[in-house]
Design a protein around this ligand. Structure first.
Ligand code: NAD
Ligand code: DAU
Length: 331
């Protein structure tokens, strides 16, 4: 297959491209605007005869139409992805996440092209810490932040285009990813690179919030499974039973880096901070036979720390500006 991967120079998109090249014989065109979050270095070393980077915007309808006409399937990762940024400047989230998705699905329906929409568990809002429930495909949408509300909006557009226009689409909603190539603004890489640069990790509020961690490579294998065997019109939740509170994750990073586990600071909390996310991925596992490979969070975290230790040239250029932004926000 000829795959068009939007946002393929970002964190999860680039992990997907690496995964596809290793595990299939598909060719990949990456369409990426190389915003502050995109990095062509994340695609370094991939075979030039199978991977092409087109620097362009998913809001560019003519470019999108031309590219979709030449491909068998679209996997749509491109987004503004950071909750904290969405609280300070929501506009790019509306443009890319909603109008960008609209631009892509209009072209995909014109050409009858298979479309897979990447989304997040945050569309479901949050759960109480002591609630035994987890999100399923039938949990009602209840997003909290500008980011998650624009992702919810994009999901609803895709669903409507399936029903009204017969768009050949599937949707997946995944939990929090970790692994290589993640921007240093995000929780785990921020704390790892803080330790590596002699800064103390920063925990929002009391740090009791729970996230359901999955390795980015497991997210990629799930998306490939859905692309190959998913039923058109269906939504699949992706998760790897990785619930951890933020405080435990920071303590684990410090310990794995040989520091005292309490060598972190509490900083001002995120407004509207979702308490807990948890995914029930039974549908994906039973209907499509997918299973995660990284069941050992500690091992995956240690490998991720090692990756940041060995790839300082990849993250160093973004670190100072990212921390300056956080400092201005009191975080
Ligand atoms: P990211 O911010 O690391 O990467 C986003 C990529 O999209 C960047 O390369 C950026 O340059 C590109 N991009 C942004 N706006 C664009 C535009 N208008 N046109 C073309 N390219 C554009 O994000 P990520 O963490 O890799 O997330 C990728 C997708 O996965 C998003 O849709 C996000 O909602 C979803 N998701 C993320 C997580 C997570 O834990 N990070 C979990 C579930 C779902
Ligand atoms: O659940 C999936 C979502 O996971 C994706 O849709 C988003 O794109 C992705 O960014 C992520 O959202 P979160 O807001 O959960 O991720 P973030 O890395 O920003 O924060 C994870 C948790 O850590 C959250 O509870 C806030 C907290 N945090 C974050 C930062 C940056 C801290 O305590 N300190 C920090 O410095």
């Amino acid at each position: 297959m000829r795959l068009l991967v939007t946002g393929g120079a970002g964190f999860i998109g680039s992990n997907f491209v690496h995964h596809v090249i290793e595990h299939t014989d598909h060719t990949v065109t990456v369409l990426d605007a190389l915003t502050y979050a995109g990095n062509r270095a994340s695609l370094a070393g991939l075979p030039a005869d199978r991977v092409e980077l087109v620097v362009g915007n998913i809001l560019d309808a003519a470019l999108v139409d031309d590219l979709i006409a030449e491909h068998d399937a679209v996997v749509h990762y491109a987004a503004e992805s950071h909750n904290d940024n969405s609280l300070h400047d929501p506009r790019p989230f509306l443009d890319t996440n909603i109008v960008g998705t609209y631009t892509l699905i209009e072209a995909a329906r014109r050409h009858g092209t298979r479309f897979h929409h990447i989304s997040t568990d945050e569309v479901y809002g949050d759960l109480e810490l002591d609630d035994p429930a987890r999100f399923t495909e039938s949990t009602p949408y209840n997003p909290s932040s500008p980011y998650s509300s624009t992702k919810a909006g994009s999901d609803l557009l895709v669903r409507a285009w399936v029903r009204s226009f017969g768009l050949q689409a599937t949707i997946s909603n995944c939990s929090n990813n970790y692994g290589p190539y993640q921007h240093v603004e995000k929780f785990i890489p921020r704390q790892i690179t803080n330790v590596l640069t002699g800064e103390r990790p920063k925990l929002y509020g009391a740090g009791l919030n729970v996230r359901d961690w999955i390795h980015a490579d497991d997210h990629s294998s799930a998306v490939l499974t859905i692309l190959q065997s998913g039923v058109i019109g269906e939504t699949y939740l992706i998760g790897a039973d990785g619930e951890k509170d933020n405080k435990s994750v920071v303590e684990r990073i410090l310990t794995l880096c040989g520091q005292p586990s309490d060598a972190y600071d509490h900083v001002v909390d995120r407004p509207g901070h979702d308490l807990r996310y948890a995914i029930d991925s039974t549908k994906l596992r039973t209907e499509l036979g997918w299973l995660p490979r990284y069941s050992d969070f500690d091992g995956g975290l240690a490998a991720t720390i090692e990756w940041y230790r060995n790839n300082e040239a990849w993250w160093r250029p973004q670190k100072a500006a990212t921390e300056a932004r956080y400092t201005a926000q009191g975080q």
